[in-house]
Design a protein around this ligand. Structure first.
Ligand code: B16
Ligand code: MG
Length: 212
């Protein structure tokens, strides 16, 4: 029996991948690295430092020190946060808000399970911080998706066993993380095209037909 639903943030609740793209593209241009939207798809659900390593696969300059890599990732995050600062409650669809409310009305516990260290900032900007019973994000984990840590922590925060949790994800890395945690999985968006989850959905309200 499922008691809890753990939502990925970017690509499920909000759509900030365009902001990630703009910020990483600026860094890529500064370094003279080729970067396009297809490469950006590989960054879904992946931690900031792992994203940088993917970006640097096309870098042909001299080897960068750890300090230089951290400086690049920090600069990317500054660009990204400048874009996040303009977010408003209008950036969350009625369908997302209504689905979260209805799940709570049906008695489900709900949590965020995001790789992002900016998750709480984003939730505050769109006025959803109080819509969740727990938030597990990039600040409370050592290992990024596909490692299950972020979802296992979410289950712990909700005080629920993993096999009673269902993960909703847009990234293959996230679906694999949910499976590794022993949780049921629902794919939406990009991840739904791989058919690796227990259920594929096209819109978030489809969850209400799965979780009765
Ligand atoms: P930050 P999610 C992920 O969010 C994004 O999909 C991924 O592109 C990003 O690199 C990662 O968060 C880390 O984000 O730089 O803000 O810490 O999909 O797991 O909610
Ligand atoms: Mg995501």
């Amino acid at each position: 029996m499922i008691t809890s639903v753990i939502f990925d943030l970017d690509g499920v609740i909000v759509f900030t991948d365009k902001f990630h793209y703009i910020a990483w593209k600026k860094i890529a241009d500064e370094l003279g690295i080729y970067f396009d939207e297809t490469l950006n798809n590989r960054l879904r659900g992946v931690s900031r430092m792992d994203c940088l390593e993917i970006l640097l696969e096309n870098y042909t300059g001299r080897a960068l020190s750890d300090g230089e890599k951290i400086a690049l990732a920090t600069r990317k995050n500054d660009y990204y946060r400048e874009l996040l600062a303009g977010m408003t409650p209008g950036d969350v669809s009625d369908s997302v808000r209504d689905t979260l409310s209805e799940l709570r009305r049906r008695g489900y516990l709900i949590s965020i399970g995001s790789s992002s260290k900016n998750a709480k900032f984003i939730l505050e900007k769109v006025k959803l911080a109080d819509a969740f019973d727990a938030i597990s994000d990039g600040n409370n984990i050592d290992n990024s998706k596909p490692n299950p840590e972020v979802f296992v922590k979410a289950a712990n925060y909700l005080n629920q066993p993993c096999n009673r949790c269902l993960v909703v994800e847009d990234a293959e890395a996230g679906i694999n993380a949910g499976k590794a945690a022993g949780m049921a999985t629902v794919a939406i968006g990009d991840a739904a095209t791989s058919h690796i989850a227990d259920h594929d959905i096209t819109q978030i309200s489809d969850l209400l037909g799965i979780l009765l």
